[in-house]
Design a protein around this ligand. Structure first.
Ligand SMILES: [Zn+2]
Length: 369
């Protein structure tokens, strides 16, 4: 049963008994009858209403013989409500989401909560422990290109499979939290959602939580996915399954700094309030800057990256602005990199190694009014 089927089934049940009328499956997810509110199970972990539990979701050894696990904490509120899942560490060297998900549990009391919060502390444990960027150390696969995963695939594919079946499929709302990777400068922090994928209800609810998160910049991803097999990104997998989802990007270069961590923690609390899962009023709308298109530059060479000292991420740059140069390993210039469009310089490589095909620049293009 897909999550959408599940929600529609609950809608039909509620309508049959005349308990209430819901405008959408997602709205129904917030309105389940509290009398039916029971324990919540996730693989071998079971948590009663008003309680929390932490544990490891096992990833069994495949043909590669590699066993690993996914550390999670589940807050099962005393009262009924939606299931919100927060995922950190899809990329193991993106630390501000991981540190934020260490801090968030200390701010929450399940006895005061409604609904269920699943916190995935570190999705990609092999990448975290090996300190790799983008990819896992064993199979060299990018977890955020590996959904829905394979039960008998490589370790990255097995992690994706468990996340899909056990974590994503259980959620009504999903937040996949990233930062610039350990080689990437990234500013400002932003949230993002699919503006076309998953159908009207999913787009509306995804946009709702992306704005409620409270960051001043919101990126709108274009496009949709023909099937769950095409939805290789974490949040794409969710929206294609009919689950509202958003991404967050906050942090850069492996830096641990509250200026990047606090907006994630506060944003998660903002969404919990928006969904009526914790007491308190959500913040008023903050009129964010929407970015609908992104321009990218990919390196044509392998060599050494030298960012121009005059530009920084977060700057507004005009098309043609010089951003840096790629040299060979002897210092000879191979390629000068210019801004491919005008807009906010969101991501720029911040360390010397560059490989052919690397995406070294992302510019967020601001739509004309
Ligand atoms: Zn990432």
């Amino acid at each position: 049963m897909t999550n959408t089927d599940k929600n529609w089934a609950s809608l039909v049940t509620l309508l049959m008994f005349g308990v209430l009328f819901c405008q959408s499956p997602l709205a129904c997810a917030q309105a389940n009858n509290t009398e039916d509110w029971e324990s919540f199970g996730l693989m071998h972990l079971t948590v009663e209403p008003g309680e929390k539990i932490s544990g490891a979701l096992p990833i069994g050894a495949g043909a590669d013989g590699i066993e690993t696990f996914i550390p999670v904490t589940i807050f099962h509120g005393k009262n009924s409500g939606p299931v919100l899942t927060l995922i950190a560490g899809i990329h193991g060297s993106e630390y501000s989401p991981i540190v934020s998900m260490q801090r968030l549990p200390k701010l929450l009391d399940p006895a005061e909560m409604s609904g269920t919060l699943i916190i995935v502390h570190i999705a990609n444990m092999p990448a975290f422990r090996s300190r790799t960027i983008y990819i896992g150390p064993n199979d060299l696969k990018n977890l955020n290109r590996s959904f829905p995963g394979k039960p008998n695939g490589t370790v990255t594919e097995r992690i994706a499979h468990v996340l899909t079946e056990e974590v994503i499929a259980r959620a009504d709302y999903l937040i996949d939290i990233h930062s610039g990777d350990a080689n990437e400068s990234l500013r400002p922090s932003y949230s993002a959602y699919y503006r076309e994928a998953g159908g009207e209800d999913v787009v509306r609810e995804s946009r709702r939580i992306a704005i409620a998160f409270g960051l001043k910049t919101v990126v709108q991803f274009a496009g949709s996915f023909d099937s769950v097999d095409d939805a290789i990104y974490t949040s794409a997998q969710a929206v294609t399954r009919g689950i509202a989802a958003m991404d967050v990007e906050s942090g850069e270069l492996g830096i641990i700094d509250d200026v990047y961590i606090d907006p994630i923690t506060q944003g998660a609390l903002n969404v919990l309030q928006e969904l009526n899962m914790v007491p308190g009023q959500p913040l008023p709308p903050n009129n964010p800057l929407f970015i609908a298109d992104r321009a990218r530059v990919y390196s044509e060479h392998s060599g050494i990256w030298h960012a121009d000292e005059l530009v920084q991420t977060g700057d507004y740059v005009t098309e043609g602005t010089r951003l840096g140069v790629i040299t060979d390993y002897f210092g000879n210039e191979l390629q000068t990199i210019y801004a491919p469009g005008s807009g906010v310089l969101l991501i720029l490589f911040g360390t010397p190694p560059v490989n052919q095909g690397d995406n070294i620049v992302v510019i967020g293009q601001v739509p004309p009014n």
